[in-house]
Design a protein around this ligand. Structure first.
Ligand code: FPP
Length: 258
């Protein structure tokens, strides 16, 4: 079988250095994509998995090092049981069908979110995906599953409190870095760019701590239509932003002589 053709990049050659290291994606609009076609919502989620495969491949080719995807939020349990069941089934199938290929491509899989309360076989699949790929040095795929940022921050505060109670941490020593070290993302850099599809403009309890200085790009496409060109468009928008991290712009700093 011949290799699938790699689409021509729309990024200029000098853009390589400006590729964000860590891109996080809120994959929104599956239901609307399906409704617009008279299809059941579940079909939107299925096509969403195809968009995810395309995006992982494109991210690796573009040179992104970490991609975090919001695949099931702590709040998604409030959806009808059939849809929740379908989303669980899609994760199962994604790991069973795609893990070997991801491993072969050098992708390292990490999972963030609450494991307690998940069905036992899903818990095992998550461990298997992380274990199998833990030595890989290619793209890191972080799957936020049963993830909520407020829950994650509360968990970090709980762990800090436990360390204080055990006498291994002094309250006065708790810093931003201490809390960051208790998050699920402890050893990962913050996302440079967060993309949300479907035109909605909010974070919906996704990476609230880590997004303090992320650039946010909102694209109108629904997630099942997302592809390499959409990703590159978001990266181009990212490259036009000036990241100041609370400091001054280059021009303002030059004027003040600092
Ligand atoms: C939001 O669209 C999307 C989700 C809640 C689930 C995202 C899941 C996938 C793309 C597939 C599963 C992922 C893996 C890793 C197997 P929505 O349903 O809220 O769309 P709507 O706002 O148009 O209703």
């Amino acid at each position: 079988m011949s290799e699938p053709e790699v689409p021509q990049s729309t990024l200029s050659a000098d853009g390589i250095a400006a590729v964000p290291h860590h891109v996080a994606i809120i994959m929104d609009g599956n239901g609307r994509w399906a409704a617009a076609r008279g299809l059941p919502r579940v079909e939107g989620h299925r096509r969403g998995v195809e968009a995810l495969r395309r995006t992982i491949r494109a991210a690796g080719e573009i040179g992104i090092r970490i991609i975090t995807i919001f695949s099931f939020s702590s709040e998604n349990w409030s959806r009808p049981a059939a849809e929740v069941g379908e989303l669980m089934g899609l994760l199962r199938r994604f790991i069973r069908n795609d893990l070997a290929e991801l491993h072969k491509s050098g992708v390292r899989v990490r999972i963030i979110g609450e494991r307690a309360g998940l069905e036992a076989d899903i818990g095992r699949l998550l461990i298997e995906a992380e274990e199998l790929t833990k030595e890989n040095t290619g793209l890191t795929l972080v799957v936020a599953f049963n993830y909520g940022a407020r829950q994650e921050i509360a968990g970090a505060a709980r762990r800090a409190a436990e360390a204080v109670a055990q006498g291994t941490l002094k309250p006065q020593d708790i810093t931003v870095d201490t809390i960051a070290g208790f998050l699920d993302t402890a050893d990962m850099p913050d996302p440079d760019l967060i993309i949300r599809t479907s035109g909605e403009q909010r974070l919906s309890n996704f990476l609230l701590w880590q997004s303090a200085y992320s650039e946010l790009v909102f694209v109108p496409a629904n997630w099942p239509d997302f592809d390499r060109a959409t990703l590159e468009g978001a990266i181009r928008e990212y490259r036009q932003r000036e990241r100041r991290f609370g400091g001054l712009s280059g021009a303002a700093a030059a004027k003040t002589g600092s």
